[in-house]
Design a binder for this molecule. Sequence first.
Ligand code: CP3
Length: 348
Amino acid sequence: MADSAQKPLLDVLLGNRRDPVPIWMMRQAGRHLPEYMELRSTAKNFLDFCYTPSLATEATLQPIQRYNMDGAILFADILLVLDALGQGVRFEKGVGPIVEPVSPGGRLNKVPVQTAKERLSPVYETVSRVKEKLDPSKTLIGFAGAPWTVALYAIEGRGGTDKNTARLWAHENPAGLDLLLDDLVEVTAHYMAAQVEAGADALMMFESWAEGLADDVFEQIVIEPNRKLVVRLRELGVTVPIIGFPRGAATMLPAYTDVTGVSAVGLDTAVSPAFVNRELPDHFPVQGHLDPLLLMAGGDKMERRVIELIDAYRDRPHIFNLGHGVLPTTPIKHVERVVELVRAQAAK
Ligand code: CP3
């Protein structure tokens, strides 16, 4: 039997409709789960946690065990690539990530690509351990940050800024920014290809900070590097579906899906089903896009929106997800209710 026949989520990524629609949630692992908090307390720090295959494997599987999601997303972080490149990443409690900033004219190539790829071996070990334990009906999703989003952390040096230092590079130092993006395309392609070799069924590129860019800038720093990354992955022999997630793409969404070569697109909270259905080709698989704050609020309004989203995408391949990640104070009961509702919406 083809792998996709028994994996509903993978089947949708390959362009088929499934009923009920498969479901997973970005950041389904992590701080809203008490079992994650317990596991996390056994590690010295967050990076160590990500680089310890026994812990990362368990964290990947926790939301599958609790919610029976159709997809497991590898437990890791988009900033591991910068760490492997020697950019000195730390996660500080209450502050978030801190990265050694790259200066204008600088590069993200302190170490050769092959060395960076090898430093990330614990992640591949996690993928193969998860794959071994995962039920064959579940899809294992590998991921990385897309070039612009990762470059942004390297330029800003930390999370939680207004991001204007990085955005200004696109105007004042476009050639320098292109070099950083090219450095990241190459190392990220090798990193993602190694995840597939280890057993990932699909890949996702998190372009979480694509919002607020002018259309020409969006083309230069989001569309073009995402396209190059897809091309490079295919050159390296990767054949699995690739999900793009250009969060905040707004009216540039159709250009993104048209040009990059992604197999499916993750939709963000702000997009409307009417826009998506008007602007994207009929057969194009989408994943989205319940508001994480509505998931936190719960109740009738949440339930109506879940049904509305499923109905809106009945005629196209659709995976149920959020418009961004699960927030740490989200009640477990609300996540359980969404999973139950999505499964109950199968056409009679
Ligand atoms: O369940 C999953 O989604 C799998 C694991 C995953 C994490 N980060 C774990 C994590 C994934 C896919 C990511 C991606 C990621 N990391 C993104 C893109 C997606 C998004 O949310 O926009 C970004 C921008 C990052 C960078 C990052 N990592 C920040 C800004 C922070 C600090 C803020 C925060 O939420 O704590 C992290 C830390 C992080 N990554 C945690 C987890 C579970 C929290 C660490 C902890 O305290 O345990």
